[in-house]
Design a protein around this ligand. Structure first.
Ligand SMILES: *[C@@H]1O[C@H](CO)[C@@H](O)[C@H](O)[C@H]1NC(C)=O
Ligand SMILES: *[C@@H]1O[C@H](CO)[C@@H](O)[C@H](O)[C@H]1NC(C)=O
Ligand SMILES: *[C@@H]1O[C@H](CO)[C@@H](O)[C@H](O)[C@H]1NC(C)=O
Ligand SMILES: *[C@@H]1O[C@H](CO)[C@@H](O)[C@H](O)[C@H]1NC(C)=O
Ligand SMILES: *[C@@H]1O[C@H](CO)[C@@H](O)[C@H](O)[C@H]1NC(C)=O
Ligand SMILES: *[C@@H]1O[C@H](CO)[C@@H](O)[C@H](O)[C@H]1NC(C)=O
Ligand SMILES: *[C@@H]1O[C@H](CO)[C@@H](O)[C@H](O)[C@H]1NC(C)=O
Ligand SMILES: *[C@@H]1O[C@H](CO)[C@@H](O)[C@H](O)[C@H]1NC(C)=O
Ligand SMILES: *[C@@H]1O[C@H](CO)[C@@H](O)[C@H](O)[C@H]1NC(C)=O
Ligand SMILES: *[C@@H]1O[C@H](CO)[C@@H](O)[C@H](O)[C@H]1NC(C)=O
Ligand SMILES: *[C@@H]1O[C@H](CO)[C@@H](O)[C@H](O)[C@H]1NC(C)=O
Ligand SMILES: *[C@@H]1O[C@H](CO)[C@@H](O)[C@H](O)[C@H]1NC(C)=O
Length: 394
């Protein structure tokens, strides 16, 4: 009897002081640069458990005034590297909310570079102001994105510093008098990679928005790309994201195509710069549907790779938009569709007098890129902190 009523008392008590535990995903399963959810409202005593997804993120406290800089004496999880494709037992880091003041958070990866995760919008807040108020979450995120934009602009102007002109942010394509956005400046990163009990150090060129240099597995994944499927002048998928060691297997399905490496500013000619000659599959004519030829390349770096089909008979396939990209930065002006537009502009109808406006197949073939499917997993658990109460009553 006594025990029962004590239990009831403890339970009644616990309801009024129960702490809520908020789960927040840090980054997405496929490398999304975001916290999910992006903002929560919590009471003193509540806990926030951060779950670190693949890549190498942090949970670092900043301030509204300086969204991408550390707050003096603020909280910081430090870097938490997680191998690609890890989905189970993600590392976690927990904070306790002590009051109702806002807590501003960002990921400090690649700080002060155009690849800054914070500058790309990877920010989070506890108890931010309501929508429409000066310290709302959207104002905080806008401020972080503005930091990113100015970092990119600074990198672009320092790259193009040779030309003093104010319009130094656009360059001209190799031919055709078309202005194109400048190249992003890569940063040389030396990283120790641990994967399946192997550890090694790698130095690679990291580009803004490029995937981590951590291979998906020791052998790499095989990613299949069809060439000329359904008799169309397309690579499918037209752009992919790949990690070092991944094998891209091109399967030729129709006609007589190639996979040839080019560069962003010269999309329809084989790369040949400073002694680097781009890869080329050679022509693969499909004569028999039973044995489709394949041709493979191995990805060595996370730098963007641009490619096209160099068939020109009867019309330029590249000019019809038959181009392909690996690790293009979709957050930049040098994204896949910009590359495809440039190919069409330089080698398309403008260059071949024949009005072969090939049914605009290129526009339709581009898939909705980078769908940010952030799993809204704000599973809210209630933790009963009755133990202490029970013991104090006893
Ligand atoms: C809450 O207080 C504890 C104990 O002083 C401290 O460790 C923790 O960092 C504080 N939480 C926040 C969000 O500042
Ligand atoms: C390139 O384009 C600009 C602006 O459209 C034009 O003024 C210029 O004459 C063109 N140059 C050549 C070589 O066609
Ligand atoms: C994580 O990122 C930090 C900062 O860029 C770097 O120093 C560290 O080596 C990275 N760790 C791994 C395992 O990639
Ligand atoms: C990693 O994810 C990709 C895409 O979901 C999948 O194809 C691949 O098999 C995964 N690799 C490993 C080692 O699990
Ligand atoms: C080729 O070399 C020149 C001069 O060293 C350099 O400015 C340019 O960026 C290089 N191009 C490539 C694609 O590496
Ligand atoms: C494939 O195309 C190339 C270039 O147009 C041509 O030289 C070659 O003969 C073609 N091959 C076949 C089997 O049609
Ligand atoms: C291959 O299959 C497609 C569709 O099934 C057909 O249109 C085409 O004629 C076939 N090509 C050859 C060479 O058999
Ligand atoms: C490409 O790689 C796949 C998977 O490793 C393999 O099955 C295929 O035979 C390779 N193709 C060529 C032409 O080497
Ligand atoms: C990766 O390196 C290998 C060996 O050096 C080379 O054959 C291959 O072409 C490289 N891959 C790319 C995409 O450049
Ligand atoms: C694209 O046009 C350039 C310049 O006219 C030409 O040199 C190149 O061969 C063309 N490439 C293709 C694939 O049409
Ligand atoms: C991607 O390229 C298209 C076409 O040039 C351009 O309109 C768009 O603004 C680019 N996206 C970004 C994020 O810059
Ligand atoms: C991320 O993964 C989800 C499902 O795992 C997928 O639907 C989505 O297309 C992926 N997004 C990107 C940008 O790869």
């Amino acid at each position: 009897m006594f025990c029962l009523s004590l239990l009831c008392l403890a339970l009644v008590h616990s309801l009024s002081v129960s702490a809520t535990v908020y789960d927040v995903q840090v980054g997405g399963a496929n490398g999304t640069l975001a916290y999910s959810p992006e903002a929560i409202f919590a009471q003193p005593g509540d806990q926030v458990v951060f779950h670190f997804n693949p890549k190498n993120h942090t949970v670092t406290q900043s301030s509204f005034a300086d969204p991408c800089g550390p707050k003096e004496g603020g909280l910081d999880s430090g870097f938490v590297p997680v191998a690609t494709n890890t989905t189970d037992s993600l590392p976690t880091w927990t904070i306790t909310v002590n009051d109702t003041q806002p807590i501003w958070v960002y990921c400090k990866q690649a700080a002060n570079t155009p690849a800054s995760h914070c500058g790309l919008g990877m920010v989070f807040a506890v108890n931010c102001g309501a929508d429409g108020s000066p310290n709302s979450f959207s104002n905080f995120k806008s401020a972080a994105l503005a930091v990113g934009a100015s970092l990119s602009a600074a990198a672009a102007t320092s790259t193009a510093s040779s030309s003093e002109s104010a319009v130094s942010t656009t360059w001209t394509a190799a031919y055709g008098n078309v202005t194109i956005p400048p190249a992003a400046e890569p940063t040389l990163v030396t990283e120790t990679i641990t994967l399946e009990a192997s550890t090694w150090t790698t130095t690679y060129s990291s580009y803004p928005g490029s995937p981590a240099a951590t291979p998906a597995s020791l052998e790499g994944n095989v990613i299949k790309v069809t060439v000329g499927g359904s008799n169309q002048l397309v690579f499918d998928p037209p752009r992919i994201s790949a990690e070092p060691r991944d094998i891209i297997m091109f399967e030729f399905q129709s006609k007589n195509h190639t996979v040839t490496q080019s560069s962003f500013d010269d999309p329809c000619r084989q790369l040949n710069a400073n002694g680097t000659i781009g890869f080329d599959s050679g022509f693969h004519a499909v004569t028999d549907n039973a044995t489709l030829p394949t041709w493979n390349i191995t990805v060595n770096d996370t730098a963007p790779i641009w490619a096209y089909c160099r068939q020109k008979t009867p019309t330029s396939h590249c000019g019809a938009g038959m181009v392909f990209a690996i690790n293009s930065n979709e957050q930049s002006a040098r994204n896949f569709s910009a590359f495809q537009n440039l190919a069409e502009q330089l080698n398309g109808t403008a260059s071949t007098s024949s009005s072969s406006s090939t049914a605009g197949e290129s526009q339709t073939s581009v898939p909705a890129s980078g769908t940010l499917s952030v799993g809204v997993s704000s599973a809210i658990l209630t933790v009963v902190v009755a133990a202490a109460l029970v013991s104090s009553l006893l």
